[in-house]
Design a protein around this ligand. Structure first.
Ligand SMILES: Nc1ncnc2c1ncn2[C@@H]1O[C@H](COP(=O)(O)OS(=O)(=O)O)[C@@H](OP(=O)(O)O)[C@H]1O
Ligand SMILES: Nc1ncnc2c1ncn2[C@@H]1O[C@H](COP(=O)(O)OP(=O)(O)O)[C@@H](O)[C@H]1O
Length: 221
């Protein structure tokens, strides 16, 4: 279960938050409808399933395919997707290292709210920096964050070029493009590594669902 929110705030303060907490005269209001009551109602626990990988590595495809399966089995789910979130919550952010760090910080906080709501939230962000991903993990209880590394070679991602962005990045039309002119730090100890350049979509989905069963997020098949 989630830790005391006040403890989470002081923990964030000790880790030097990227955005200073400016609203100092605020007091946490405790809900009577708690996370555990919501989870009881939903029949499953809340969790973050965090997909990371290069553009075109399969994050969105997998997040939505896994969501579909979870939805069909009666789970409360939501996908937070990089492209979509950048149309609203993070519309003010570009692709510098600092902007990506702030993007992931905001998404981590949003994902934490979904977990409090007892939801299985699936996030599809490149999230290229190990520190940023670790900071999100640290926001949550140990069981509440599952990191899935969508592993796919740059060559294959470029070959797929789902949105034509690699071609434009190679032509110099897009700067700071991950894998070309901006770094990607691969996870050193992900909860699961899915090789999307060799596995089928179905097999990849099954791997992830098996992990969710193992972690008791969903009932055994
Ligand atoms: N410069 C640059 N580098 C990488 N990606 C770019 C860039 N410009 C636009 N895009 C599009 O934005 C999507 C990535 O956004 P994210 O929020 O996931 O990025 S990050 O986590 O903050 O690094 C990414 O989506 P995916 O292809 O689904 O990963 C791209 O469609
Ligand atoms: N095992 C797999 N898992 C996910 N996507 C796959 C897999 N095999 C092939 N693909 C294809 O790779 C592409 C991944 O694109 P997308 O999901 O948009 O990536 P990302 O969200 O990481 O940018 C899609 O065209 C998808 O059909």
């Amino acid at each position: 279960m989630s830790s005391c929110p006040i403890a989470a705030v002081s923990c964030a303060q000790s880790r030097k938050p990227i955005v200073n907490i400016k609203s100092s005269n605020t007091v946490w209001h405790h809900a009577t409808v708690t996370r555990s009551r919501r989870e009881q109602l939903n029949g499953h626990k809340g969790v973050v399933v965090w997909f990371t990988g290069l553009s075109g590595s399969g994050k969105s495809t997998l997040a939505h395919a896994v969501e579909e399966r979870l939805y069909q089995s009666g789970c409360r789910t939501f996908v937070l997707d990089g492209d979509n979130v950048r149309h609203g919550l993070c519309a003010d952010l570009g692709f510098s290292d600092e902007a990506r760090t702030e993007n992931i910080r905001r998404v981590g906080e949003a994902a934490k709210l979904f977990v409090e709501a007892g939801t299985v939230v699936l996030t599809a962000f490149i999230s290229p920096f190990q520190n940023d991903r670790e900071r999100v993990r640290a926001l949550l209880a140990a069981d509440d964050f599952i990191e899935i590394y969508c592993h796919c070679s740059l060559e294959m991602c470029e070959q797929r070029d789902v949105k034509g962005l690699y071609k434009r990045a190679r032509a110099g039309e897009i700067s700071h493009f991950t894998g070309i002119s901006s770094p990607y730090e691969a996870p050193t100890a992900p909860d699961l590594k899915v090789n999307t350049d060799s596995l089928s979509l179905n097999d990849s989905v099954e791997l992830i669902l098996n992990l969710l069963r193992e972690r008791s997020v969903i009932a055994a098949a």
